[in-house]
Design a protein around this ligand. Structure first.
Ligand code: SAH
Length: 390
């Protein structure tokens, strides 16, 4: 076991439950400082504080798992998974069989994402220390009720920063079909876990889609960054008069077409392949509601300034294309862009668009994407429902 000692005055956030220890807070390391593994963390007076996973290659040297002296083993992960499952069972509708089962730090399992799509789980291991416990975690997950197979999709920037390669494939049980059929609030969707984006579906927007369906009746709706058509489908389900789904990805739109047909909307409006920035600028018509759900424009902290330009552009042109009394559901999923800054950017867009706008509702992450109170960085998704006056 590694023993890691903090510099003087660096223990407070650790004691208060923040799960990350950056390299700059570390005074010294005992044990093999080059090896990934479980580490005990002490303050500079050598008092034990917490236990976590150590990676000498990562700027985040330790991700904390527990503030009790408990063994990190299969049982530990099974207990955390059971806690996470209980939260979902408390809140999720019986008409929903797709949800995030483990949301990393928000479920006190840093670096681990597990999404359930009906009888299949898709997991992402983002940090090196978790690799040591992959068999234990997979065993604990396979023991859950009605899990036919577990697919791993561990790739992306965080793994690069951790010095890890990628792994994509089945890790337990059955191979998932090309598309898994799921149900969300009674709507049916096909999810392509292999070729789809992220783990295959954007579960974090479930409640926000439901909100759209409550204001869709009789309205014309433009769903920008539609992916597999989820907002569009909720709009149609809510009685929208006309829906346009716009995305730059052809496979996403092909899936959207299937999803709309599957739910009884074979002519579910127009599916447009294109760049949302260009479309919004050049479009020569107006809508009663627009959804703006772009991918993160600031994946890194250093991208924030450039990203604010992108968000402003999108919101400005969307606001210009709304009919009086129309709604804009605008989102940012950039962790590094704060709620305050996002609102300021949207305000700037409204001023430049020459529209008077009210905030009708603030939107965020659903119950299956909990945020640790000790790790506010986990609150990445922010949304505003705006109404233009005239
Ligand atoms: N609203 C979707 C999720 C959107 S994810 C849902 O609820 O499921 C972001 C989407 O933006 C992806 O489908 C991606 O293909 C698309 N995208 C990325 N850049 C784009 C661009 N410049 N114009 C249009 N779509 C874009």
């Amino acid at each position: 076991m590694i023993r890691l000692y903090l510099k003087p005055n660096r223990e407070r956030p650790v004691r208060n439950g923040h799960p990350w220890i950056f390299s700059g807070a570390v005074e010294s390391v005992e044990g093999d400082p080059e090896a990934v593994g479980v580490a005990d963390v002490f303050d500079h007076k050598k008092t034990w504080i917490a236990r976590g996973l150590y990676n000498p290659k990562s700027q985040i040297r330790v991700r904390l798992l527990t503030w009790h002296e408990e063994t990190i083993d299969r049982d530990f992960f099974a207990r955390r998974i059971a806690q996470a499952l209980a939260l979902r069972q408390d809140f999720l509708s019986t008409k929903t069989n797709a949800y995030r089962l483990i949301n990393g730090e928000g479920d006190f399992l840093p670096g681990l994402i597990v999404d359930r799509y009906a009888d299949f789980l898709v997991c992402q291991f983002f940090i090196a220390g978790l690799e040591l416990f992959k068999d234990d975690i997979v065993a604990a997950l396979s023991a859950l009720e009605s899990v036919h197979g577990i697919f791993e999709k561990s790739e992306g920037r965080v793994r690069d920063e951790e010095g890890l390669g990628y792994f994509v494939g089945v890790v337990s049980g059955a191979e998932p079909p090309d598309t898994i059929s799921i149900e969300e609030n009674g709507f049916k969707f096909l999810v392509d876990v292999r070729c789809g984006q992220k783990t295959g579906f954007f579960l974090d927007q479930r409640d926000n889609r439901a909100f759209l369906s409550t204001v869709a009746r009789g309205r014309t709706v433009l769903d920008c960054f539609s992916y597999s058509g989820a907002f569009s489908l909720y709009a149609l389900g809510g009685g929208a008069k006309e829906v346009i789904s716009l995305d730059s990805s052809r496979p996403a739109l092909e899936l959207a077409e299937k999803n709309l047909a599957l739910n009884g909307f074979p002519d579910g409006g127009e599916l447009l392949k294109g760049d949302a920035f260009a479309y919004l600028k050049e479009c020569d018509r107006t809508f009663d509601a627009i959804v703006l759900d772009p991918p993160s424009l600031a994946p890194k902290r250093s991208d924030v300034t450039a990203a604010t330009g992108g968000y402003k552009f999108l919101n400005l042109h969307a606001l210009k294309h709304l009919n009086p009394g129309g709604y804009l559901l605008t989102f940012s999923c950039s962790q590094h862009l704060s709620t305050d800054l996002f609102q300021k950017v949207v305000f700037g867009a409204a001023v430049d668009a020459g529209r008077k706008v009210s905030i009708v509702k603030r939107l965020g992450q659903p119950v299956d994407h909990p945020v640790s109170l000790h790790h506010p960085e986990g609150e990445y998704l922010k949304g505003l429902v705006l109404r233009v006056l005239d």
